[in-house]
Design a protein around this ligand. Structure first.
Ligand SMILES: Cc1ncc(C[n+]2csc(CCOP(=O)(O)OP(=O)(O)O)c2C)c(N)n1
Ligand SMILES: [Mg+2]
Length: 338
């Protein structure tokens, strides 16, 4: 959670210094959801995110260097600088994106879950992989959400649909945009469990996640989990965040998931102030180093412009082994595959 927070704060600084391009959406405040779920997964499990995807990628094990370089549009980024903020992807980590269109990732996640089931049942492989799809409250008013709940329940797919209900979709209040604001209830409507959890409490999220992941691994099908959370910044770094009520912001700021966990650790004598400070310092250094790495990394060559846009009859270098070509041995981080 500290890595996610510190990384995002650094992104804000770098964005305003002109190091990043396009829209950048930060995850501050929602860290307990990403950590609570993804830290239970194995490497071969899949994660699908939205445009608010940096922290999901970090939680899934993509390095801070590779995410920061991607944001800087550098060749060492996890997508060789071709994706940018909203398109974090890493085949190696089964981080399946990063999607800018809302709801677009949900069918991709459903397809990944179908792959796991197909491997197990048809190809008779030893596969108990699960997929976790993260998306927002506003996205639950889109059609793909319902279509995917239906097929996932019908086929008992190993998937967990995780709604990060931060109460807002840009400037539209959740309460004004949906017929029934209790999203978790839509699970039982499709024949799967629906759970509501305090998304500001990482231990509670982890408990719910454990049950849903275990259920999916056992082949018992999907779960819909609604995590009530809050974003501590504007919708994107281009949003001055003037629409939300100050009292509402203050209410959730007082429930900061990181502050709450620190308090829990200290009160239960699981860690002391000094140990927690050491973790913070270590993470700050790691994020600083990621910025230096990204800044010093080369821009993609012009030949990369057409890669992954069309099929590759002319040998631009795409294909299963299309790793970035960088002469400088210092930059060994980018292992993005096409
Ligand atoms: C298909 C589609 N329609 C509209 C948009 C514009 N849009 C970008 S973010 C957003 C709100 C999404 O809110 P929510 O799902 O609650 O996610 P949050 O930003 O709160 O994480 C919308 C409507 C889009 N990106 N894609
Ligand atoms: Mg939202």
């Amino acid at each position: 959670m500290i890595l996610g927070r510190s990384f995002e704060d650094m992104c804000a600084q770098m964005y305003y210094r002109g190091k990043m391009f396009g829209f950048v959406h930060l995850y501050n405040g929602q860290e307990a959801v990403s950590t609570g779920f993804i830290k239970l997964l194995t490497k071969s499990d899949s994660v699908v995110s939205t445009y608010r995807d940096h922290v999901h990628a970090l939680s899934k094990g993509v390095s801070a260097r590779a995410v920061m370089s991607e944001l800087f549009g550098k060749v060492t980024g996890c997508c060789r600088g071709q994706g940018g903020s909203m398109h974090m992807f890493s085949k190696e980590h089964n981080m399946l994106g990063g999607f800018a269109f809302i709801g677009e990732g949900i069918p991709v996640a459903t397809g990944a879950a179908f792959t796991s089931k197909y491997k197990r049942e048809v190809l008779k492989q030893d596969c108990d992989d699960v997929t976790v799809a993260f998306f927002g409250d506003g996205t639950c008013n889109n059609g793909q959400f319902y279509e995917c709940l239906n097929i996932a329940a019908l086929y008992k797919l190993p998937i967990i649909f995780v709604v990060e209900n931060n109460l807002w979709a840009i400037g539209m209040s959740h309460l004004r945009s949906t017929s029934d604001p209790e999203i978790w209830k839509k699970g039982p409507a499709f024949g799967m469990p629906g759970v509501h959890v305090d998304g500001m409490d990482v231990l509670k999220v982890r408990e719910v996640a454990k049950e849903a992941v275990t259920r999916a691994r056992r082949g018992e099908g999907p779960t819909l989990v609604e995590c009530e959370t809050y974003r501590f910044r504007g919708h994107s770094l281009a949003d001055p965040d003037e629409l939300r009520d100050a009292a509402e912001k203050a209410k959730y700021a007082a429930r900061d998931p990181i502050t709450a966990l620190k308090k829990y650790l200290i009160e239960n004598k699981l860690a002391n102030e000094g140990e927690l400070k050491t973790i913070e310092k270590k993470i700050d250094d790691l994020v600083e180093e990621a910025v230096e790495f990204a800044d010093a990394s080369p821009q993609p060559g012009r030949s990369q412009l057409l890669e992954n846009v069309f099929a590759d009859p002319k040998g631009f270098g795409i294909g299963p082994d299309g790793r970035y070509r960088c002469e400088d041995p210092k930059f060994t981080e980018g292992t993005a595959q096409v």
